[in-house]
Design a protein around this ligand. Structure first.
Ligand SMILES: [Zn+2]
Length: 224
């Protein structure tokens, strides 16, 4: 199973039951709550695998950048206490995966209310019926967005944990350096950021790579 299959299943649960009535919406809410509980152990496995993979990639990256470091520093990096960081990353992943059916249920409920309002106002509800039928696709793109953002967040959290283990106080903010970089992120390119003082950009606080749809990264600063 994959996240896109989960999205497909959510779409099927909704489409098999929705008939325009409030009763069918209640039935959908119950079925999606059941589904969220059903995928619990699968979500745990997927989340653990995801965080393990990101951690291995991050360790490899550190091996490359630490080639010139002293043996002592290399050892400190290898022994960095990342256990609790990984654990909290896994928990967040599980939460996100299991929230997909719940979010879809809330969305169907909202659309149904708008459809009822439309009928009361003498408008035609077809547009809303089509929106409900499209639920699987909405969930699939939501899942993709979460996966993208979470990859950046997990990578950043592990980089930070390993950097702190060798006494790093901060990093140089690096952008992807192309035309798609947001103005607010571009302004930070090349600037030193304290690990304990992440910047607030466009109303959101976070380090390079840990903000939604952010492709920036932390160039760890350290001195031996
Ligand atoms: Zn960025």
């Amino acid at each position: 199973m994959s996240l896109s299959k989960v999205a497909h299943e959510i779409g099927a649960i909704i489409n098999q039951r929705y008939d325009g009535t409030n009763d069918s919406v209640l039935e959908i809410q119950q079925a999606l709550a059941d589904y969220s509980a059903l995928i619990d152990s699968w979500a745990k496995r997927i989340a653990t695998k995801f965080v393990d993979t990101v951690s291995q990639d991050n360790a490899r990256l550190w091996q490359q950048t630490s080639r010139e470091m002293s043996k002592e520093l290399k050892q400190l990096i290898a022994q960095a206490p990342i256990g609790h960081v990984m654990q909290s990353l896994v928990h967040e992943q599980i939460k996100y995966i299991k929230s997909l059916p719940i979010e879809a249920a809330d969305r169907v409920y909202d659309i149904q209310n708008r459809a009822i309002e439309a009928v009361v106002n003498g408008e035609r509800p077809e547009h809303f019926t089509a929106m409900i039928a499209n639920s699987g696709n909405v969930t699939a793109s939501r899942a993709k967005m979460i996966a993208r953002t979470e990859l950046g967040r997990a990578t950043q959290a592990l980089t930070q944990a390993r950097a702190l283990a060798i006494g790093s106080t901060g990093y140089i903010w690096r952008t992807a350096n192309d035309g798609d970089v947001r103005h607010s992120h571009k302004k930070l390119e090349g600037q030193f950021i304290d690990w304990h003082n992440p910047p607030t950009l466009d109303g959101m606080t976070g380090h390079a790579g840990a903000l939604p749809n952010c492709r920036c990264y932390c160039e760890v600063s350290f001195s031996e």
